[in-house]
Write a protein that binds this ligand. Structure first.
Ligand code: SAH
Length: 353
């Protein structure tokens, strides 16, 4: 069986140049094709500054994109969820979602935030999150991460990105890093505009911190108690929270950028005064902020599995928790997710696909 042709962004710039020369073009034609793709071209036919024969050859030999847009849903608050599929692979089990979230104030010059996925499925299996309920299918390649940006740009301008879609980015780090370098250089979305969220494998963070990472770091903590974190973040079972926090401190020393700790608030479970006090105690004196995310309920589990039975916390409980952590000395913000009614909010990705 012959191998499927590699799409344009799966080729390095040098490889694309070589391919173009083989197909009878000139070296600079490779640059034109790549730039046209980033500028919005969605077929070689549109690239009229390339010779017609080369356009035809590229059409036959180098697919312009590997993904197709299978569905898009726009929530009332403006968040647009895109379902991308990868033709040639199993339908239904090989799709990811990307969410384009416009700024609250439509006149804001900030531009929208794009939430990108890094894996098909997720191996971490947090019991409150839809993305990992059916395990990991595969890692995305760098080009598949970059293509999410190109699809997002079809919805509107993008000023920021959060690597907070489906998947655990540190378990597919090589591809994620390669993609973010391109996003940084060729789409002009700089390191301070990109936030990567991870469950925080300490040894991986220690490896990455000294390498000038092209993003800000967010670590999903979810509880200050070790035994409880083993349940909420199963892939981190046995890793003491103190080691995760120490890796966060190391990150700050290496990058001079503060770490955000994410904390999904599950009503009546990890939103108690005891949790707030212990979280405050753990973070006291550390350069970090806490981002509270009131839990977004899941509406459909894979197959006939039961839905997780967590509760969305009451607004008063969220406010009290925030106040307690702030009082203990750590800056705390709350993220009431957008896109809730169309399953485009945090932790809801990969439902109804
Ligand atoms: N795998 C990465 C990125 C996940 S998404 C990570 O775990 O950090 C970003 C945040 O949304 C994480 O903190 C994640 O735990 C949280 N989240 C997952 N499911 C959620 C849900 N149903 N409601 C609210 N937040 C959720």
């Amino acid at each position: 069986m012959s191998e499927a042709p590699r799409p344009l962004l799966a080729l390095s710039r040098a490889e694309l140049k070589e391919r173009v020369l083989e197909l009878g073009g000139r070296a600079f034609h490779a640059k034109i094709a790549r730039e046209a793709l980033f500028a919005g071209a969605r077929s070689y036919t549109e690239m009229t500054s390339l010779p017609a024969a080369l356009r035809e050859a590229l059409q036959a030999e180098v697919p312009l994109l590997s993904s197709e847009l299978r569905h898009s849903t726009r929530a009332k608050d403006g968040a647009t969820k895109l379902l991308l599929g990868f033709p040639g692979r199993d339908r239904g089990s090989d799709e990811v979602e990307t969410v384009h979230i416009p700024p609250h104030n439509p006149k804001s010059p900030k531009g929208a935030t794009l939430c990108v996925s890094t894996q098909v499925g997720c191996p971490v299996a947090c019991p409150f999150c839809a993305s990992g309920l059916a395990g990991l299918v595969r890692n995305l390649g760098p080009h598949e991460v970059i293509e999410q940006f190109l699809r997002g740009l079809e919805v509107g301008k993008i000023g920021r990105a959060v690597v907070m879609g489906i998947g655990e980015p540190l378990l597919n780090y090589k591809s994620v890093r390669a993609a973010l370098e391109v996003v940084n250089e060729e789409l002009g979305i700089g390191a301070r505009k990109v936030t990567l969220s991870t469950v925080g494998f300490p040894e991986r963070l220690r490896e990455v911190a000294p390498t000038k990472p092209p993003f800000q770091l967010a670590i999903s903590l979810h509880t200050p108690f070790d035994g409880e974190r083993d349940v909420l973040v199963p892939a981190m079972k046995g890793v003491p929270i103190e080691e995760v926090l120490a890796a966060g401190d190391h990150w700050y020393r290496e990058t001079h950028r503060e770490v955000t700790y994410e904390y999904v608030l599950l009503g009546g479970y990890n939103d108690t005064a005891r949790h707030a006090a212990e979280l405050g105690r753990r973070l006291r004196g550390r350069r970090a902020t806490v981002n509270l995310i009131p839990w977004n309920p899941l509406t459909k589990a894979p197959g006939d599995d039961p839905l997780p039975s967590y509760k969305r916390p009451h607004a008063e409980a969220v406010a009290a928790f925030q106040e307690d952590v702030q009082a203990a000395g750590t800056v705390t913000t709350v993220r009431w997710s957008r896109g809730l009614e169309s399953d485009a909010a945090c932790g809801q990705l990969r439902l109804h696909s």
